[in-house]
Design a protein around this ligand. Structure first.
Ligand code: ASP
Length: 354
């Protein structure tokens, strides 16, 4: 890892001290000889965003030795980010993670679970256009993400949770999804209000922001990847589910169902699911709809899922559901406890019914 300090306006009394973690993504990419975008080192961003030097902040930077396109992100990289935050937690007031947009919602959701007792901002951001492009969104996204990570009131961080800032909006990380690959408004959070909006001022929606009661940061680094996502569609062949659920060692499935959590009443599929549940595989029901939530029992087509022991995932995104599963299987072995935790809001990732 390469650490260095940006030569900012040399504050004698800095407002805050931040660490920028550069992992890769379009914001720092350049064209290679085949005219494909490839990740580049952080110095490229610095050259292109000289405004960074004007901040009355201590700005440290650490860059992945090999920045990655976020399609190549894996739990190993999530752990690398978590370890940097753990190591630097006491030295900094907040963190900005520069990341590709494609899988940002997965990484940021995973981090929201891995960082228990977080009391400092961890703001993910990136860009749709490389920073070297005159119309790049990287400048605005990075500059405002830095302001948010540094924002404090009465000595306390205003947004002490894992978030995603993109195109003038701050989202809770585990509520956000990438919804747009062309326009600048790449993210959306259909089931939870924005934490802030940036205009002339940055307007914070304080009631929406999570302040965890914490006795210090605990970083969970064990993740279990014996999980999968199963998306239903009309005409779904139960043999696919049968094969998936009989993979040796499989522990959990996030099943994307229709509407408010409904699945075909085809007895073959239900039998396959029931057998898996009885063998200890956890099946979590989330909806293919981006808005609204799963209500197992509202329709007969979801009551059966409830009856066979499928766990309702309320209004969780698939990104939050799969990373929450990986994290829970990494630290828990008691299946009943895992099922109960999956249907409980732990980091504001789902509606809290308790
Ligand atoms: N492919 C890029 C990535 O996710 C896209 C981006 O950064 O927006 O790394």
């Amino acid at each position: 890892m390469n650490y260095y300090r940006i030569n900012t306006a040399a504050p004698d009394q800095p407002e805050a001290s931040l660490l920028i973690i550069y992992t890769g993504g379009t914001s720092g990419m350049v064209m290679d000889e085949n005219r494909s975008l490839v990740p580049f080192d952080f110095s490229h961003i610095l050259d292109n965003v000289p405004t960074l030097k004007q901040f009355n902040l201590i700005l440290d930077v650490v860059s992945f030795e090999q920045p990655v396109d976020s399609s190549n992100m894996s739990p190993r990289h999530w752990v690398m980010i978590a370890e940097i935050i753990e190591k630097e937690y006491e030295n900094h007031d907040g963190f900005v993670v520069l990341h590709g947009t494609d899988t940002m919602a997965y990484t940021a959701s995973a981090l929201s679970f891995m960082l228990e007792g977080l009391e400092k901002p961890v703001v993910f951001t990136g860009a749709q256009l490389p920073v070297s492009s005159p119309r790049s969104d990287a400048h605005e996204n990075l500059i405002t993400a830095i302001e948010i990570a540094a924002a404090r009131k009465n000595g306390k961080a205003i947004v002490p949770e894992v978030s995603i800032f993109f195109d003038y909006v701050l989202y809770r990380a585990n509520r956000a999804q990438k919804v747009e690959s062309k326009h600048f408004d790449a993210f959306s959070s259909e089931n939870y209000p924005p934490l802030a909006k940036a205009g002339i001022d940055i307007e914070y929606y304080h009631p929406a922001i999570n302040h965890e009661k914490s006795s210090g940061l605990t970083v969970h680094k064990k993740l279990d990847d014996r999980v999968a996502v199963l998306k239903l569609f009309p005409g779904f062949n139960k043999v696919v589910a049968e094969k998936l659920l009989s993979i040796s060692g499989i522990k959990g499935i996030v099943m994307e169902t229709f509407g408010s959590g409904n699945a075909p009443s085809d007895s073959g599929l239900l039998e396959v699911l029931e057998n898996a549940v009885n063998q200890g595989v956890v099946i979590l029901n989330v909806s293919q709809c981006v808005g609204g939530h799963v209500v197992q029992g509202q329709y007969a087509t979801s009551q059966t899922l409830k009856d066979i022991g499928v766990t309702g995932g309320e209004d969780m995104t698939t990104e939050a559901a799969i990373t929450k599963m990986m994290w829970l299987f990494g630290m828990e072995t008691d299946i009943d406890k895992i099922r109960a935790l999956l249907s409980t809001s732990l980091r504001g990732e789902m509606v809290n019914r308790k």
